[in-house]
Design a protein around this ligand. Structure first.
Ligand SMILES: [Zn+2]
Length: 94
C-alpha cells in the first residue's frame, strides 16, 4: 500500500483561511504578532465576515483562536516539530 505523505514544516502552515458561505475568504497570518486591539480583546479571529457582515459560526472563533495560540507556542520550537499530512486520495483507501 502506498501513501502519499507530505511533511509540512511550521512556517508552511502560517496562514489560516476562513470561508464564509457568502463566498468571502479571509486569510489570517498566524505569525503576525497580535495588534494592540487584539491583545486587549484576546482576539485573533474576526467575529464577523467582512463580506456579508454576518457572524461566523460560533464554533469557528474559539477553534481558530485556540489553533493560533498553539501555533505561536510551537513557534518557540519550530525545528523540533513538523506536521505530517496524508492526501485525501490515500485516506479514502485506508
Ligand atoms: Zn460572508
Amino acid at each position: 500500500m502506498t501513501y502519499n505523505e507530505s511533511i509540512v514544516s511550521l512556517p508552511d502552515l502560517r496562514y489560516v483561511e476562513i470561508h464564509c458561505p457568502c463566498g468571502t475568504k479571509v486569510t489570517l497570518d498566524m505569525e503576525k504578532p497580535p495588534s494592540e486591539f487584539n491583545k486587549t480583546h484576546g482576539n485573533f479571529t474576526p467575529k464577523e465576515c467582512p463580506g456579508c457582515c454576518k457572524d461566523y459560526d460560533s464554533a469557528i472563533k474559539p477553534a481558530v483562536d485556540g489553533f493560533q495560540r498553539a501555533y505561536r507556542a510551537l513557534l518557540a520550537v519550530p525545528k523540533s516539530v513538523t506536521f505530517r499530512g496524508v492526501s485525501s486520495a490515500s485516506r479514502e483507501g485506508a
